[in-house]
Design a protein around this ligand. Sequence first.
Ligand SMILES: Cc1cc2nc3c(=O)[nH]c(=O)nc-3n(C[C@H](O)[C@H](O)[C@H](O)COP(=O)(O)OP(=O)(O)OC[C@H]3O[C@@H](n4cnc5c(N)ncnc54)[C@H](O)[C@@H]3O)c2cc1C
Length: 383
Amino acid sequence: MHDNYTAIREEVAKLCQQYPGEYWRGKDRERAYPTEFVTALGDAGYLAALIPEEFGGAGLPISGAAAILEEIQKQGCNGGACHAQMYIMGTLLRHGSDTQKATYLPKIANGELRLQAFGVTEPTSGTDTLALRTTAKLDGDHYVVNGQKIWTSRIEHSDLLLLLARTTPRDEAVKKTDGLSVFLVNVNDALGHGLTIRPIETMMNHSTTEVFFEDMRVPAANLIGEEGQGFKYILSGMNAERLLIAAECIGDAKWFIDKATNYAKERVLFGRPIGQNQGVQFPIARAYAQMRAAELLVHEGLRKYEAGENCGEEANMSKLLAADASWAAGEACVQTHGGFGFAAEYDIERKFRETRLYQVAPISTNMILSFVAEHVLGLPRSY
Ligand SMILES: Cc1cc2nc3c(=O)[nH]c(=O)nc-3n(C[C@H](O)[C@H](O)[C@H](O)COP(=O)(O)OP(=O)(O)OC[C@H]3O[C@@H](n4cnc5c(N)ncnc54)[C@H](O)[C@@H]3O)c2cc1C
């Protein structure tokens, strides 16, 4: 890894401190998008961390982006509102044409265009991505898109959508993994012209939606890479996504552990701080140990990623362990606070709801265990 990014972390922490619990509670109550926070992060250049300098970004290695996201969560903020802006442009960067990169990346880097949304998941196919049903058919110099996506987060706050759709029927594809393609959809052009967005109410404030495509026309020039190779392109970004989400979970775990530890020292009952009781100490200490183990694995994954080595094992396992650690830390934090753990003004119940997502998205725990079983341990493929 590069370094610990101490200076960047300090700057991110300073920015985050302008958006305290009160700000997030208000957004949570109203289920409103934290536009001010996201704009401030963008203006400070953090959302362009991974965009190369030649396109106007900071050109940081992935460990820099991980440090930024971890710090955001550690400060009690929610990077889920904008984390995708950091990593989904990787598909464009790695597989886009020179013209596409020159057209979009500088504008994404300077905030003129927001690339916050990606549409992979569908209601009927879920984790089984190859079974997705949204189709894109070439018609002259456009593709015509029909179908539906679900859990397309932040699309209402994004100018661009990275869309995965089927361009060759499944039974006609040469290889099982062929036949899907990636498109960059201009959301503003498409709205009202075949694109409909419906927000979904969720357990936490996440600006997620279902989207419907009815003869939505996308210029053929917006196809990324080769037609039919989209599944590979999406897969190629997954290790980065796993590592960055894992870093966010580490930040959440640190926030919960810090909060629980401070409260356990201050809250006095029966003439002594509750933190003097082992029954209160141990869950916090265990969560700390879990968090540190996961953090070391995240760092190992980042190191391998940056060295160009295959980090699939570490990326997947660190996402699994970090999500478990943040959940264990959240649980310990609620329990340490007793009834106050349930009071909105302590922010614990909000963070508790927010961090629960990472057991399910962007990849659920079972699928990671399947990956480890099959690809690391050599057990038979289970699905
Ligand atoms: C708030 C939120 C935001 C999201 N944002 C986005 C987004 O922006 N873009 C996007 O494309 N997607 C997004 N997702 C979708 C997310 O990636 C999926 O929810 C996740 O991958 C799980 O898919 P699913 O919900 O269809 O569950 P399913 O695939 O239906 O799975 C249901 C359960 O069955 C288990 N399961 C399924 N198959 C197997 C098997 N073979 N072996 C063992 N267990 C199995 C799963 O682990 C899971 O626990 C988001 C989801 C949420 C909740």
